[in-house]
Each structure stands twice: as structure tokens, then as C-alpha cells.
Design a protein. Structure first.
Length: 171
């Protein structure tokens, strides 16, 4: 069963076409066309039917493709996971997660060269908002080749570990 509404979901003063689908398992999916082009600009999914969306997808660049998904699976009001397609090829390029559920993103995996494989890993191990460990795939073979660690959190790399067969090795 579905219901259609004309409400302003993006705050621009214009009524947006919103359709809400009610599934038999209690899941509700809201699809909003905020620019009246006939394509979804936002999709929100409430998997447990409590009125709070656990997953919201956005078309952030207006190309008609949903390219960013924010998930709040524990309904605490903070994003637990953010997945983004930064180059509009339909593949997720960055995933950021809040592993300890404190409301701060503390790990991210990125595909910065858009080849479909992660090549950068960033970790904030103590949730202070500063990256403590960063890994990078230098030769694009899918394996992390170098890891930089800032143990004393002064913003300067204290330890560099080389592994794999990346193009950069210690001399």
C-alpha cells in the first residue's frame, strides 16, 4: 500500500511530491522528488516502522542517481555509516563509520582513484576527531602498502610501516 503527499520536505517553500510505501513487514519507504523532475532526490527507509528512518539516500548532485546514503541503525540521531559515490559512476567510493557509536566518524575507507578497490584507510582509534592511523595502496593492486601511525597525537607521523610490493619502499 502507498500514499502520496504534497509537502515541503526540503524547506524551500515549494510542495514536493512524496510517496510513502507501507510494506507488510512494517517497513516504510518514503520517496521524495524535491525538484519536480520526476526522479527521486531522497529515499528514506524506516525498517522497523517506528517513524524514524534508519537509512536515507540522497541525490546530492542532481543527476537523478542516489549518491549518498546515511544510516542511523541504532536510532540515536547520529550517523553510524555514510556511504558516498563521489564521481557519479554508481559505485560507492567512500564509506565512513562510527564504530563505537559515540556520534563521531572514526574510520573511513576510500577509493580515491575510482577503480572499484579501496586504496585509503583512515582510523581515529580514540575518537578524538584526529586520524591516528592511515593506510594507503600505492601501486593500486588492492593491498595496503604503507601505514602511517601518529602514536602521540601531535599531528606528526611517528611510525611508518611498509608492506606489500608498493612502489614506495624504505631505502
Amino acid at each position: 500500500m502507498s500514499d502520496s503527499y504534497d509537502i515541503d520536505v526540503n524547506g524551500d517553500g515549494q510542495a514536493d511530491n512524496v510517496t510513502v510505501v507501507h510494506d507488510s513487514d512494517g517497513t516504510e519507504t518514503m520517496v521524495a522528488d524535491t525538484d519536480d523532475d520526476g526522479r527521486a532526490d531522497m529515499v528514506a527507509v524506516d525498517t522497523d516502522g517506528d517513524g524514524d528512518a534508519e537509512h536515507v539516500a540522497y541525490d546530492t548532485d542532481g543527476d537523478g542517481k542516489l549518491d549518498s546514503v546515511v544510516s542511523d541503525t541504532d536510532n540515536d540521531g547520529y550517523a553510524d555509516r555514510l556511504a558516498t559515490d563521489t564521481n557519479a559512476d554508481g559505485l560507492v567510493d567512500t564509506v565512513a563509520v562510527d564504530r563505537d557509536e559515540d556520534g563521531r566518524i572514526d574510520a573511513a575507507v576510500q577509493d580515491t582513484d575510482y577503480d572499484g578497490r579501496a586504496d585509503t584507510v583512515l582510523v581515529d582509534s580514540d575518537s578524538d576527531g584526529v586520524t591516528d592511523t592511515a593506510g594507503r595502496d600505492l601501486d593500486e593492486d588492492g593491498d595496503i602498502d604503507v601505514v602511517n601511525v601518529d602514536r602521540d597525537e601531535d599531528g606528526t607521523v611517528d611510525t611508518t610501516v611498509y608492506s606489500g610490493d608498493g612502489v614506495t619502499k624504505p631505502q
